[in-house]
Write a protein of this length. Structure first.
Length: 313
């Protein structure tokens, strides 16, 4: 027997009362919380209407326990009103803990030795594709002596360097170093994984051994598992000629995204070029405000991701 509209409305009302009884009044909720609440209710209505009476309460209980992250709701709000939007993830500072990786290397002689002359086990790991969820095959450097404080210090230094580079370049960068649509060209991702079998250079090892950002990767997986049709990477190949950035980043992607592949990977400092896709705004998730500013000016929508927290920008 199908669930009646009257009973469905009553159940949803009960769930809302349960949610709000442990929080502040709805009128005091911030925009992100309101968006999250709205998202839960709308999806509960869509899904619950397809369940039989005896399974409804169990379904709603499980739905509360398996909610997407708060950061995902911010992205959902940013993409509101768009049909099949493209979601662009930056790497350094969002998917990748760049500052933390630099801090790890600077604060550990063992990490420095491993980077300069990796042992047999590390060499083997560097040639194997993997996933973010696979904790048994880590290629990333371990936390050094500077710890969390070191990460915060290096984050500020990286920010200063990035702003200086942006000021020097006046926001204009070289053409894309890499641009592949893996939905249109499946062979390109297969090639990216296959290239991991080649021994990396020192510069490529630096990029490949940077640790993933857990909050950023969680958000990426949430978006990938949602109804967004295109979720990919839009990152800048910073100092590519000097640091071999593009090849190093491709190795990182193969090490952490082998089975949860992005829809596309674009390595281009001119991120604003991708603000409009198929005639509508796309969404950029980035840790630098000047990237967000340029993307918005070009007609896109933006989410600023700092210290593991996403906010509308």
């Amino acid at each position: 027997m199908k669930l009646s509209r009257k009973k469905l409305n009553r159940l949803i009302k009960e769930e809302l009362e349960n949610i709000l009884s442990n929080q502040q009044p709805a009128s005091d909720l911030n925009p992100e919380d309101e968006a999250a609440l709205d998202f839960i209710v709308r999806h509960a209505l869509n899904e619950a209407s397809q369940k039989r009476n005896k399974k409804v309460k169990k379904f709603l209980k499980e739905a509360r326990q398996q909610q997407f992250s708060r950061n995902f709701y911010v992205v959902q709000q940013s993409a509101r009103g768009l049909e099949g939007p493209t979601i662009n993830f930056d790497m350094d500072g969002v998917l990748v803990d760049f500052a933390g990786g630099v801090s790890n290397i600077a604060g550990s002689i063992l990490n420095m030795k491993s980077l300069l002359a990796p042992g047999a086990q590390q060499k083997e790991r560097l040639l194997e594709p993997g996933t973010f969820q696979d904790q048994n095959n880590p290629v990333a450097t371990r936390q050094g002596a500077f710890g969390v404080i070191g990460t915060k210090i290096f984050t500020k230094l990286v920010d200063l360097a990035g702003r200086f580079k942006h000021w020097i370049s006046r926001g204009k960068y070289k053409p894309a170093a890499y641009h592949e649509d893996y939905i249109a060209n499946n062979a390109a991702f297969t090639e990216l994984i296959a290239n991991l079998s080649k021994n990396p250079t020192f510069r490529q090892r630096f990029w490949q051994t940077l640790p993933p950002n857990p909050e950023g990767m969680k958000l990426f997986l949430d978006c990938l598992n949602s109804n967004f049709p295109r979720v990919g990477i839009l990152t800048s190949p910073l100092l590519n000629r000097i640091l071999d950035t593009a090849e190093g980043k491709k190795r990182w992607i193969a090490s952490y995204m082998a089975t949860t592949r992005p829809s596309f990977v674009i390595m281009d400092g001119n991120k604003q070029k991708y603000a409009i896709v198929d005639g509508q705004p796309s969404v950029l998730i980035d840790d630098w405000s000047f990237n967000c500013d340029a993307f918005k000016e070009a007609g896109g929508r933006t989410v600023l991701f700092r210290d593991g927290i996403a906010n509308l920008y």
